[in-house]
Ligand binder design. Structure first.
Ligand SMILES: Cc1ncc(COP(=O)(O)O)c(C=O)c1O
Length: 340
């Protein structure tokens, strides 16, 4: 029986079509700006979000950290929620590489209270750490793939404008928000000074993210990327995977959302599902998450452990309906055994 890997949407393997596109890619030296496939990908993603320019980076973490360094000078601060990827899983990079101070608002299931954020902003001055930017995550991973409504983001933009600070979006899974809420990508783009978007989560590319912003900021970002060791050469083979992903894998995210809903619906009677999934993430509140994940693994189903009680399932390109039902057989029988 095949293994059903629901740990993350980063575990997908490039499809035959994607591999063919990679093999056929025209390439050049991208440090010289001469890789035609990478240039095309950058132009295409910038246009999707209605911005002037975009920069290909190896990872979402690098795209986020370049954005933070663009927006926040050393010894100044960024405001962000306590569960955001930029302060949870980027290994202290904002402080280590950017000298950036981070201040967090309490994570409330991904919900953003613009007035609360407004009250946190510290003005310029020599007596305190000045706030220079606010960052949000769309969709919010640790909150369970939640989608920040456009109206809330609008209100947050007004807060940022009122305070004279920048707004960054960690849009690793912004595609999922776009599909779930039907908000055009350029409507999101219009709200943010910079966006980091990933091709390797949900869209199925093996590698790659883009930082999106103004031409001036992206020129500066290119320099920061090189300083971080992220200047790449014949990277068109990877950009080709990204172009393929944009063309073939955005619309189908609705299938991932439906499969997450199916998982949640079938597991809900056991009282373990946290909230109602809006996109491709199902959070589980388990008595013993590591024990549950170990038992599921023995039976061929891989579940993420986020904490002593918290498990996570993520649907993706390599999970079809059969895999969902196979996973449910295993997970429900474990939950039944626990209840007995
Ligand atoms: C919300 C979010 N932002 C950023 C990243 C970073 O992406 P990468 O692993 O490519 O650095 C991830 C990775 O899973 C993520 O979930």
């Amino acid at each position: 029986m095949r293994t059903v890997d629901l740990r993350s949407d980063t575990v997908t393997r490039p499809s035959a079509g994607m591999r063919a596109a990679m093999a056929d890619a025209e390439v050049g030296d991208d440090v010289y700006g001469e890789d035609p496939t990478t240039n095309l990908l950058q132009e295409r993603v910038a246009a999707l979000f209605g911005h002037e320019a975009a920069l290909f980076t190896p990872t979402g973490s690098m795209a986020n950290q370049i954005a933070l360094q663009l927006l926040v000078p050393p010894a100044n601060e960024i405001l962000v929620d306590a569960d955001a990827h930029v302060v949870t899983y980027e290994i202290g990079a904002a402080a280590a590489y950017g000298g950036i101070s981070s201040r967090t608002w309490p994570a409330k299931g991904g919900a953003i209270d613009p007035q609360r954020v407004a009250a946190m902003v510290r003005p310029d001055g020599y007596w305190a750490v000045p706030t220079r930017a606010i960052a949000v995550e769309q969709t919010h991973n640790l909150a369970g793939g939640t989608v920040a409504p456009l109206a809330t983001l609008d209100a947050l933009r007004a807060v940022a404008d009122g305070a004279g600070v920048a707004l960054h979006c960690d849009g690793a899974r912004i595609w999922h928000a776009h599909v779930a809420d039907g908000v055009p990508l350029d409507s999101y783009g219009a709200l943010f000074d910079t966006l980091a978007v990933c091709l390797s989560k949900g869209l199925g590319a093996p590698v790659g993210s883009l930082l999106v912003g103004s031409a001036e900021r992206i020129a500066q970002a290119r320099w920061l990327r090189k300083r971080l060791g992220g200047g790449m050469r014949q990277v068109g083979v990877l950009a080709a995977a990204g172009l393929y992903a944009l063309e073939h894998h955005i619309g189908r995210l609705a299938e991932d959302h439906a499969r997450a809903a199916r998982l949640a619906e079938a597991l809900a009677p056991y009282g373990v599902v946290v909230g109602e999934p809006r996109t491709n993430v199902v959070l589980l509140d388990l008595h013993d998450a590591p024990g549950f994940a170990a038992a599921a693994r023995e039976r061929g189903v891989l579940v993420s452990v986020l904490g002593p009680r918290t498990g996570r399932l993520i649907t993706h390109l390599d999970i079809d309906d059969v895999a969902v039902e196979q996973a449910l057989d295993v997970l429900t029988s474990l939950l039944e055994r626990r209840a007995a």
